[in-house]
Design a protein. Sequence first.
Length: 393
Amino acid sequence: MNTKDKGFNTKLIHAGVFEDEFGSATVPIYQSSTFRFKSAQDGADCFSGKSKGFIYTRIANPTIRVLEKNVAELENGYDGIATSSGMGAISSVYLALLGAGQHIVSSDAVYGPARGLLEQDFSRFNVESTFVNTASTDEILAAIRPNTKVLYVETPANPTMNITDIAACARIARENNLLLVVDNTFCSPYLQKPLDLGADVVLHSVTKFINGHADIVGGVIIAKDPEIYKRIRHSMVYLGNNMDPTQAFMVIRGLKTLAIRIERAQENAIRVAHFLKDHPRVAWLKYPGLESHPQFELAKTQMRGPGSMMSFGLKGGYEAGRSLMDNVHLALLAVSLGGVETLIQHPASMTHAGMNAESKLAAGITDDLVRFSIGIEDVEDIIEDLDQALAKV
Ligand SMILES: *Cc1c(COP(=O)(O)O)cnc(C)c1O
Protein backbone atom coordinates (compact mmCIF):
# COMPACT_ATOMS: atom_id res chain seq x y z
CA MET A 1 0.00 0.00 0.00
CA ASN A 2 1.32 3.44 -0.91
CA THR A 3 1.11 5.50 2.28
CA LYS A 4 3.16 8.52 1.12
CA ASP A 5 0.18 10.90 1.28
CA LYS A 6 -1.45 9.31 4.32
CA GLY A 7 -1.47 10.52 7.93
CA PHE A 8 1.07 9.63 10.60
CA ASN A 9 -1.04 6.96 12.32
CA THR A 10 -1.85 5.29 9.00
CA LYS A 11 1.87 5.21 8.17
CA LEU A 12 2.61 3.65 11.58
CA ILE A 13 0.35 0.72 10.73
CA HIS A 14 0.91 0.31 6.98
CA ALA A 15 4.10 1.96 5.68
CA GLY A 16 6.65 -0.48 4.29
CA VAL A 17 4.38 -3.50 4.82
CA PHE A 18 4.24 -5.94 1.88
CA GLU A 19 1.41 -8.33 1.03
CA ASP A 20 2.40 -11.96 1.48
CA GLU A 21 0.84 -14.83 -0.46
CA PHE A 22 -1.32 -15.97 2.49
CA GLY A 23 -2.79 -12.54 3.25
CA SER A 24 -1.21 -12.36 6.72
CA ALA A 25 -2.42 -9.34 8.73
CA THR A 26 0.99 -9.02 10.38
CA VAL A 27 4.52 -8.98 9.00
CA PRO A 28 5.89 -12.56 8.87
CA ILE A 29 9.14 -13.26 10.72
CA TYR A 30 11.69 -14.45 8.14
CA GLN A 31 13.94 -16.16 10.68
CA SER A 32 16.48 -17.22 8.09
CA SER A 33 20.17 -16.34 7.98
CA THR A 34 20.45 -16.96 4.24
CA PHE A 35 18.25 -16.94 1.11
CA ARG A 36 18.26 -19.41 -1.81
CA PHE A 37 19.14 -17.99 -5.25
CA LYS A 38 17.02 -19.09 -8.22
CA SER A 39 20.15 -19.78 -10.30
CA ALA A 40 23.87 -19.05 -10.44
CA GLN A 41 23.03 -15.99 -12.56
CA ASP A 42 20.45 -14.81 -9.98
CA GLY A 43 23.10 -15.13 -7.22
CA ALA A 44 25.53 -13.03 -9.24
CA ASP A 45 22.78 -10.46 -9.98
CA CYS A 46 21.88 -10.18 -6.28
CA PHE A 47 25.51 -9.45 -5.44
CA SER A 48 26.01 -6.96 -8.26
CA GLY A 49 22.81 -5.12 -7.29
CA LYS A 50 21.10 -5.90 -10.62
CA SER A 51 18.51 -7.95 -8.72
CA LYS A 52 16.82 -6.80 -5.49
CA GLY A 53 16.74 -10.35 -4.06
CA PHE A 54 17.78 -11.07 -0.48
CA ILE A 55 21.21 -12.64 0.12
CA TYR A 56 22.05 -12.88 3.81
CA THR A 57 20.37 -11.43 6.92
CA ARG A 58 23.32 -9.31 8.08
CA ILE A 59 23.00 -7.45 4.75
CA ALA A 60 19.19 -7.28 4.55
CA ASN A 61 16.11 -9.32 5.53
CA PRO A 62 12.44 -8.99 4.48
CA THR A 63 11.09 -8.54 8.05
CA ILE A 64 13.76 -6.02 8.95
CA ARG A 65 13.19 -4.11 5.68
CA VAL A 66 9.57 -3.43 6.71
CA LEU A 67 10.73 -1.64 9.86
CA GLU A 68 13.46 0.24 7.97
CA LYS A 69 11.06 1.48 5.29
CA ASN A 70 8.39 2.33 7.85
CA VAL A 71 10.59 4.53 10.04
CA ALA A 72 12.21 6.13 6.96
CA GLU A 73 8.75 7.20 5.84
CA LEU A 74 7.83 8.50 9.32
CA GLU A 75 11.01 10.63 9.31
CA ASN A 76 10.60 11.73 5.65
CA GLY A 77 13.98 10.21 4.77
CA TYR A 78 15.35 8.30 1.78
CA ASP A 79 15.68 4.94 3.54
CA GLY A 80 16.42 3.33 6.91
CA ILE A 81 18.98 0.95 8.42
CA ALA A 82 17.93 -1.10 11.46
CA THR A 83 20.64 -2.01 13.96
CA SER A 84 21.19 -4.33 16.91
CA SER A 85 20.93 -1.41 19.38
CA GLY A 86 20.97 2.37 19.57
CA MET A 87 24.73 2.18 20.12
CA GLY A 88 24.90 -0.05 17.02
CA ALA A 89 23.30 2.84 15.12
CA ILE A 90 25.67 5.41 16.62
CA SER A 91 28.83 3.35 15.98
CA SER A 92 27.76 2.67 12.37
CA VAL A 93 27.19 6.40 11.78
CA TYR A 94 30.54 7.39 13.32
CA LEU A 95 32.38 4.74 11.29
CA ALA A 96 30.69 5.81 8.05
CA LEU A 97 31.11 9.57 8.44
CA LEU A 98 34.48 9.98 10.24
CA GLY A 99 38.06 9.08 9.37
CA ALA A 100 41.58 9.55 10.74
CA GLY A 101 42.53 13.23 11.02
CA GLN A 102 38.90 14.34 11.06
CA HIS A 103 36.91 16.05 13.79
CA ILE A 104 33.35 15.93 15.16
CA VAL A 105 31.52 18.55 17.23
CA SER A 106 28.92 16.99 19.53
CA SER A 107 26.42 18.06 22.17
CA ASP A 108 28.09 17.74 25.58
CA ALA A 109 25.07 16.18 27.29
CA VAL A 110 24.52 13.19 25.03
CA TYR A 111 23.84 9.55 25.74
CA GLY A 112 26.87 8.57 27.88
CA PRO A 113 28.39 5.82 25.66
CA ALA A 114 27.88 7.95 22.50
CA ARG A 115 30.42 10.35 24.00
CA GLY A 116 32.59 7.60 25.52
CA LEU A 117 32.94 5.87 22.14
CA LEU A 118 34.51 9.03 20.68
CA GLU A 119 36.66 9.90 23.70
CA GLN A 120 37.88 6.41 24.51
CA ASP A 121 37.84 4.55 21.19
CA PHE A 122 37.65 6.71 18.04
CA SER A 123 40.40 8.85 19.61
CA ARG A 124 42.71 5.81 19.22
CA PHE A 125 42.17 6.06 15.45
CA ASN A 126 43.01 9.75 15.42
CA VAL A 127 39.42 11.01 15.23
CA GLU A 128 39.12 14.21 17.26
CA SER A 129 36.01 15.32 19.14
CA THR A 130 34.84 18.47 20.89
CA PHE A 131 31.80 18.57 23.19
CA VAL A 132 29.87 21.80 23.55
CA ASN A 133 26.48 22.98 24.69
CA THR A 134 24.82 22.88 21.26
CA ALA A 135 21.93 24.96 22.64
CA SER A 136 24.39 27.83 21.99
CA THR A 137 25.19 28.37 18.28
CA ASP A 138 28.18 30.51 19.36
CA GLU A 139 29.71 27.53 21.13
CA ILE A 140 29.19 25.37 18.03
CA LEU A 141 30.77 27.94 15.70
CA ALA A 142 33.76 28.36 18.05
CA ALA A 143 34.36 24.59 18.06
CA ILE A 144 34.37 24.11 14.26
CA ARG A 145 37.84 23.48 12.76
CA PRO A 146 39.02 23.07 9.16
CA ASN A 147 38.89 19.26 9.62
CA THR A 148 35.39 19.14 11.18
CA LYS A 149 33.11 16.80 9.23
CA VAL A 150 30.14 16.11 11.51
CA LEU A 151 27.89 18.09 13.86
CA TYR A 152 26.17 15.63 16.19
CA VAL A 153 23.20 16.78 18.24
CA GLU A 154 20.85 15.23 20.76
CA THR A 155 17.72 17.26 21.52
CA PRO A 156 16.24 17.36 24.08
CA ALA A 157 19.60 16.37 25.55
CA ASN A 158 20.00 13.44 27.88
CA PRO A 159 19.53 14.08 30.78
CA THR A 160 19.65 17.88 31.01
CA MET A 161 16.63 18.46 28.74
CA ASN A 162 18.54 21.27 26.99
CA ILE A 163 17.07 21.98 23.58
CA THR A 164 19.14 22.58 20.47
CA ASP A 165 17.81 24.56 17.51
CA ILE A 166 17.95 21.97 14.71
CA ALA A 167 17.23 24.43 11.87
CA ALA A 168 20.03 26.73 13.11
CA CYS A 169 22.41 23.76 13.29
CA ALA A 170 21.44 22.77 9.75
CA ARG A 171 22.36 26.27 8.52
CA ILE A 172 25.73 26.08 10.31
CA ALA A 173 26.30 22.61 8.85
CA ARG A 174 25.56 23.80 5.29
CA GLU A 175 27.78 26.87 5.60
CA ASN A 176 30.69 24.82 6.96
CA ASN A 177 30.29 21.74 4.79
CA LEU A 178 29.44 19.44 7.70
CA LEU A 179 26.89 16.66 7.98
CA LEU A 180 24.27 17.20 10.69
CA VAL A 181 23.35 14.05 12.64
CA VAL A 182 20.48 14.17 15.17
CA ASP A 183 19.75 11.56 17.85
CA ASN A 184 15.93 11.79 17.91
CA THR A 185 15.41 9.10 20.57
CA PHE A 186 13.80 11.42 23.14
CA CYS A 187 11.14 12.62 20.70
CA SER A 188 10.54 9.91 18.11
CA PRO A 189 9.33 11.07 14.67
CA TYR A 190 5.91 11.76 16.19
CA LEU A 191 7.17 14.79 18.13
CA GLN A 192 10.10 15.95 15.99
CA LYS A 193 11.29 15.48 12.40
CA PRO A 194 14.94 16.57 12.17
CA LEU A 195 15.29 15.80 8.42
CA ASP A 196 12.47 18.27 7.68
CA LEU A 197 14.44 20.86 9.69
CA GLY A 198 17.57 20.31 7.57
CA ALA A 199 19.44 17.42 9.24
CA ASP A 200 21.23 14.87 7.04
CA VAL A 201 20.96 11.81 9.25
CA VAL A 202 18.62 10.94 12.13
CA LEU A 203 19.04 7.98 14.45
CA HIS A 204 17.13 6.33 17.28
CA SER A 205 17.52 3.88 20.06
CA VAL A 206 14.28 2.05 19.20
CA THR A 207 14.64 0.46 22.65
CA LYS A 208 12.87 3.58 23.88
CA PHE A 209 9.74 5.21 22.42
CA ILE A 210 9.66 3.46 19.03
CA ASN A 211 9.36 -0.03 20.52
CA GLY A 212 7.96 1.34 23.76
CA HIS A 213 7.45 -1.86 25.74
CA ALA A 214 10.82 -2.42 27.46
CA ASP A 215 11.19 -5.86 25.88
CA ILE A 216 13.90 -5.44 23.23
CA VAL A 217 17.03 -3.39 22.50
CA GLY A 218 17.45 -1.99 18.98
CA GLY A 219 18.33 0.98 16.81
CA VAL A 220 17.58 2.61 13.46
CA ILE A 221 19.28 5.19 11.22
CA ILE A 222 17.55 7.23 8.52
CA ALA A 223 19.43 9.22 5.88
CA LYS A 224 18.09 11.89 3.56
CA ASP A 225 20.60 11.36 0.77
CA PRO A 226 21.04 8.03 -1.11
CA GLU A 227 24.86 8.25 -1.14
CA ILE A 228 25.08 8.83 2.61
CA TYR A 229 22.54 6.06 3.14
CA LYS A 230 24.79 3.66 1.19
CA ARG A 231 27.88 4.63 3.19
CA ILE A 232 26.11 4.01 6.51
CA ARG A 233 24.57 0.72 5.37
CA HIS A 234 28.03 -0.43 4.33
CA SER A 235 29.34 0.37 7.85
CA MET A 236 26.43 -1.45 9.52
CA VAL A 237 26.95 -4.55 7.34
CA TYR A 238 30.75 -4.60 7.86
CA LEU A 239 30.53 -3.95 11.62
CA GLY A 240 27.80 -6.58 11.86
CA ASN A 241 25.46 -4.27 13.77
CA ASN A 242 22.35 -5.71 12.13
CA MET A 243 18.98 -6.19 13.80
CA ASP A 244 17.53 -9.71 14.09
CA PRO A 245 14.23 -10.62 12.31
CA THR A 246 12.36 -11.46 15.55
CA GLN A 247 13.63 -8.25 17.12
CA ALA A 248 12.30 -6.36 14.07
CA PHE A 249 8.91 -8.10 14.42
CA MET A 250 8.69 -6.93 18.04
CA VAL A 251 9.56 -3.36 17.09
CA ILE A 252 7.02 -3.34 14.23
CA ARG A 253 4.40 -4.49 16.77
CA GLY A 254 5.32 -1.82 19.33
CA LEU A 255 5.62 0.94 16.74
CA LYS A 256 1.97 0.72 15.67
CA THR A 257 0.82 2.48 18.87
CA LEU A 258 3.60 5.10 18.97
CA ALA A 259 1.36 8.15 18.55
CA ILE A 260 -1.31 7.10 21.05
CA ARG A 261 1.32 6.02 23.59
CA ILE A 262 3.14 9.35 23.30
CA GLU A 263 -0.06 11.39 23.50
CA ARG A 264 -1.10 9.58 26.69
CA ALA A 265 2.35 9.70 28.32
CA GLN A 266 2.65 13.39 27.44
CA GLU A 267 -0.76 14.17 28.96
CA ASN A 268 0.42 12.43 32.14
CA ALA A 269 3.79 14.22 32.05
CA ILE A 270 2.14 17.65 31.84
CA ARG A 271 0.08 16.83 34.96
CA VAL A 272 3.14 15.46 36.80
CA ALA A 273 5.21 18.53 35.84
CA HIS A 274 2.57 20.84 37.30
CA PHE A 275 2.47 18.76 40.48
CA LEU A 276 6.27 18.82 40.86
CA LYS A 277 6.82 22.47 39.98
CA ASP A 278 4.78 23.65 42.97
CA HIS A 279 6.01 21.02 45.41
CA PRO A 280 7.89 22.49 48.42
CA ARG A 281 10.60 19.77 48.27
CA VAL A 282 11.44 20.37 44.58
CA ALA A 283 14.36 22.77 44.00
CA TRP A 284 14.14 22.90 40.21
CA LEU A 285 12.36 21.17 37.33
CA LYS A 286 13.20 21.10 33.63
CA TYR A 287 10.38 20.12 31.30
CA PRO A 288 9.92 21.60 27.79
CA GLY A 289 6.18 22.00 28.43
CA LEU A 290 6.68 24.57 31.20
CA GLU A 291 7.38 28.24 30.57
CA SER A 292 10.17 27.99 33.14
CA HIS A 293 12.21 25.89 30.62
CA PRO A 294 14.81 28.26 29.14
CA GLN A 295 13.97 27.14 25.60
CA PHE A 296 10.20 26.83 25.99
CA GLU A 297 9.56 28.90 22.82
CA LEU A 298 12.08 26.98 20.71
CA ALA A 299 10.60 23.67 21.92
CA LYS A 300 7.18 24.83 20.67
CA THR A 301 8.54 25.60 17.21
CA GLN A 302 10.43 22.36 16.56
CA MET A 303 8.53 19.81 18.68
CA ARG A 304 4.89 18.87 18.21
CA GLY A 305 4.58 18.55 22.00
CA PRO A 306 6.78 18.56 25.11
CA GLY A 307 6.92 14.77 25.44
CA SER A 308 7.15 12.70 28.60
CA MET A 309 10.75 13.16 29.78
CA MET A 310 11.77 15.56 32.54
CA SER A 311 14.57 16.12 35.00
CA PHE A 312 14.44 17.72 38.43
CA GLY A 313 16.41 18.25 41.62
CA LEU A 314 15.23 18.16 45.20
CA LYS A 315 16.08 20.49 48.04
CA GLY A 316 18.59 18.35 49.88
CA GLY A 317 20.46 17.40 46.68
CA TYR A 318 21.64 13.90 45.92
CA GLU A 319 20.75 12.39 49.32
CA ALA A 320 17.19 13.64 48.96
CA GLY A 321 17.01 12.31 45.38
CA ARG A 322 18.34 8.96 46.53
CA SER A 323 15.70 8.75 49.25
CA LEU A 324 13.02 9.56 46.66
CA MET A 325 14.25 6.77 44.37
CA ASP A 326 14.25 4.30 47.26
CA ASN A 327 10.71 5.21 48.27
CA VAL A 328 8.78 5.18 45.00
CA HIS A 329 6.81 1.97 44.43
CA LEU A 330 4.98 2.46 41.13
CA ALA A 331 7.84 4.14 39.26
CA LEU A 332 10.53 1.56 38.51
CA LEU A 333 14.02 2.50 39.61
CA ALA A 334 15.64 1.64 36.28
CA VAL A 335 17.52 3.13 33.36
CA SER A 336 16.06 3.35 29.84
CA LEU A 337 13.02 5.49 28.98
CA GLY A 338 10.08 5.90 26.65
CA GLY A 339 8.23 2.75 27.66
CA VAL A 340 4.66 2.28 28.84
CA GLU A 341 5.90 2.12 32.44
CA THR A 342 7.11 5.08 34.52
CA LEU A 343 10.87 4.96 35.21
CA ILE A 344 13.09 6.99 37.50
CA GLN A 345 16.91 7.07 37.64
CA HIS A 346 19.93 9.08 38.76
CA PRO A 347 22.20 9.91 35.76
CA ALA A 348 25.28 11.05 37.73
CA SER A 349 25.66 7.62 39.38
CA MET A 350 23.95 5.49 36.70
CA THR A 351 23.68 6.30 32.95
CA HIS A 352 26.37 9.00 32.99
CA ALA A 353 28.63 7.51 35.68
CA GLY A 354 31.27 6.83 32.98
CA MET A 355 31.84 10.56 32.39
CA ASN A 356 34.57 12.31 34.40
CA ALA A 357 33.40 14.75 37.10
CA GLU A 358 34.59 17.82 35.18
CA SER A 359 32.72 16.90 31.95
CA LYS A 360 29.60 16.06 33.92
CA LEU A 361 29.61 19.44 35.63
CA ALA A 362 30.32 21.29 32.35
CA ALA A 363 27.42 19.47 30.70
CA GLY A 364 25.03 20.35 33.54
CA ILE A 365 24.68 16.78 34.81
CA THR A 366 24.61 17.77 38.46
CA ASP A 367 24.62 15.30 41.36
CA ASP A 368 21.09 16.27 42.36
CA LEU A 369 19.57 15.61 38.89
CA VAL A 370 16.87 12.91 38.84
CA ARG A 371 15.52 11.80 35.44
CA PHE A 372 11.91 10.82 35.09
CA SER A 373 10.30 9.01 32.14
CA ILE A 374 6.53 9.14 32.52
CA GLY A 375 4.53 6.11 31.41
CA ILE A 376 0.92 5.58 30.45
CA GLU A 377 -0.40 4.44 33.84
CA ASP A 378 -3.25 6.40 35.45
CA VAL A 379 -1.75 9.77 36.27
CA GLU A 380 -3.43 9.90 39.69
CA ASP A 381 -1.45 6.81 40.67
CA ILE A 382 1.85 8.26 39.40
CA ILE A 383 1.29 11.46 41.36
CA GLU A 384 0.16 9.62 44.51
CA ASP A 385 3.33 7.49 44.35
CA LEU A 386 5.53 10.59 44.02
CA ASP A 387 3.61 12.38 46.75
CA GLN A 388 4.10 9.63 49.33
CA ALA A 389 7.80 9.24 48.38
CA LEU A 390 8.41 13.02 48.58
CA ALA A 391 6.82 13.04 52.04
CA LYS A 392 9.51 10.57 53.20
CA VAL A 393 12.44 12.58 51.76
C1 LIG B 1 19.35 4.58 25.09
C2 LIG B 1 19.88 5.63 24.22
C3 LIG B 1 20.88 5.36 23.27
C4 LIG B 1 21.53 4.00 23.15
O1 LIG B 1 20.61 3.02 22.75
P1 LIG B 1 20.74 1.46 23.09
O2 LIG B 1 19.55 0.90 22.41
O3 LIG B 1 20.70 1.33 24.58
O4 LIG B 1 22.03 0.99 22.54
C5 LIG B 1 21.27 6.39 22.45
N1 LIG B 1 20.75 7.63 22.55
C6 LIG B 1 19.81 7.93 23.47
C7 LIG B 1 19.27 9.31 23.54
C8 LIG B 1 19.34 6.95 24.34
O5 LIG B 1 18.42 7.26 25.24
